[in-house]
Design a protein around this ligand. Structure first.
Ligand code: AMP
Length: 249
């Protein structure tokens, strides 16, 4: 079974993002970039399925700038067999990403596509769902447990107030939640080996997908800065302030 994993290069989760002076977006110049954490979980799950003998090949795909090659090399060091970069310097919206991924699915014919449930930069949470709709394949989103056997995937999903277990027939689209697994680190020998694994780079113009934006970002604002707290002398003073100033009790 072949698995396709979609990975996005995003601003590292540890970076304190700065909003651009003109409020059109966030500043990513000279900022540390990494693989989207949910995509790390997606690649880890694919590697575990390969280690179990369920998957025979893992293909990682990213749509992004030339530097996304680094992200794809990381997937190769973690256990992907080959990688495809659809190169574009422009930010590509989810629908176009899903359309590009659909073209790659048509070409590669995987039995399973694993994506992250959301990108931590845009917080869209929609690419997997759009891809499943375009392919007309079953989808199981927010997976916290995945078992694949006999042409089906059993997926435990985290939903409000509990867990839901779904059985989907393959081929299917699955998106990963935080608790699905704990991704491994790439070992040095595997980082070296990854340099020799195939990485196919194609310009986005070759995909035939219209990547012109459909959304206008009107303004991006940083969260309000937190006001400094105060120290109170007594419990009575605290209770008084909570009651009469904060009005929370
Ligand atoms: P989103 O819908 O943007 O929150 O992203 C959900 C998931 O879709 C991500 O975790 C990736 O697996 C995939 N994805 C989104 N954008 C891209 C991209 N540019 N390249 C590859 N995969 C992507």
């Amino acid at each position: 079974m072949k698995i396709l994993v979609a990975v996005k290069r995003v601003i590292d989760a540890e970076v304190k993002v700065r909003v651009k002076a003109d409020h059109t977006g966030v500043d990513d110049a000279n900022v540390k970039m990494s693989m989207n954490p949910f995509c790390e979980i997606a690649i880890e799950e694919a590697v575990r399925l390969k280690e179990k003998g369920v998957a025979s090949e893992i293909v990682a795909v990213s749509i992004g700038p030339a530097k996304a090659q680094e992200t794809l090399r990381t997937t190769l060091a973690l256990g992907a067999d080959r990688a495809i970069l659809i190169e574009s310097d422009k930010n590509i919206e989810s629908l176009a990403v899903a359309q590009i991924l659909k073209n790659i699915v048509d070409e590669e014919q995987p039995q399973l596509v694993i994506l992250g449930k959301q990108s931590i930069d845009s917080d869209n949470n929609q690419t997997g769902q759009m891809l499943a709709a375009l392919l007309d394949w079953p989808q199981a989103t927010f997976a916290s447990e995945l078992n694949v056997e006999e042409g089906c995937a059993t997926v435990v999903r985290e939903i409000d107030g509990g867990l839901e277990t779904l059985k989907v027939t393959l081929p299917a689209v699955i998106t990963t939640d935080l608790r699905l697994n704990e991704p491994r680190f790439a070992s040095l020998p595997n980082i070296m080996k990854a340099k020799r694994k195939p990485l196919d780079i194609r310009p986005v113009s070759e995909t035939g997908v219209d990547v012109s934006p459909h959304l206008d970002i009107l303004s991006v604002e940083p969260p309000p800065t937190r006001e400094a707290g105060i120290k109170v002398e007594t419990v009575a003073e605290l209770v008084d302030k909570l009651k009469n100033e904060a009005k929370v009790i």
